[in-house]
Design a binder for this molecule. Structure first.
Ligand SMILES: Nc1ncnc2c1ncn2[C@@H]1O[C@H](COP(=O)(O)OP(=O)(O)OP(=O)(O)O)[C@@H](O)[C@H]1O
Ligand SMILES: [Mg+2]
Length: 135
């Protein structure tokens, strides 16, 4: 990361692949091991795919996070799509409004260390997920 943050626009299906590659490269440059690089890349790919499917377009932002004793990567997936009415419902394994597996969001939560959804019907959705480098 040249500066401390960057982002990828999600508009076309191919942008999902682009976001996945950016995520893996950033994770590698921050010192994550190969397993965590794959976890982060998968999480970003799921979030980008949800933006593409449900909101049509949005962005995935990447930010280096640092505290006294650790560093990591923050992913922020943002869109101005239809929003999510019941967050508890979409976090259940197997819940899907599109005939998907309904594994995306619960999967992202498991793959990352911290996970927060903010969403308002008709306003859009913001999902923030952090991963910390293992010492
Ligand atoms: N950015 C979003 N905007 C609006 N609704 C969303 C968004 N992301 C997820 N959802 C809703 O949450 C549901 C669950 O998402 P999740 O990614 O867990 O499963 P899925 O996309 O349906 O299937 P899978 O990801 O397993 O292929 C979706 O079916 C959709 O209704
Ligand atoms: Mg999904």
């Amino acid at each position: 990361m040249n500066s401390q943050s960057s982002y990828v626009n999600i508009q076309k299906e191919w942008d999902i692949v682009g976001a996945r590659h950016v995520a893996r490269d950033l994770a590698k440059s921050l010192g994550f091991g190969t397993v965590d690089q794959a976890r982060i890349a998968t999480a970003v790919s799921e979030l980008a795919r949800n933006i593409y499917l449900y909101a049509k377009n949005g962005q995935v932002h990447f930010e280096k996070i640092e505290s006294m004793e650790r560093k990591g990567l923050r992913i922020k997936a943002m869109d101005s799509g239809p929003g999510i009415g019941d967050i508890g419902e979409v976090m259940q394994d197997g819940f899907s409004t599109s005939g998907g597996l309904g594994a995306g969001l619960p999967g992202v939560k498991r793959l990352m260390d911290d996970f927060v959804i903010k969403s308002e019907l008709g306003e859009g959705t913001t999902i923030i997920a952090n991963k910390w480098v293992r010492q």
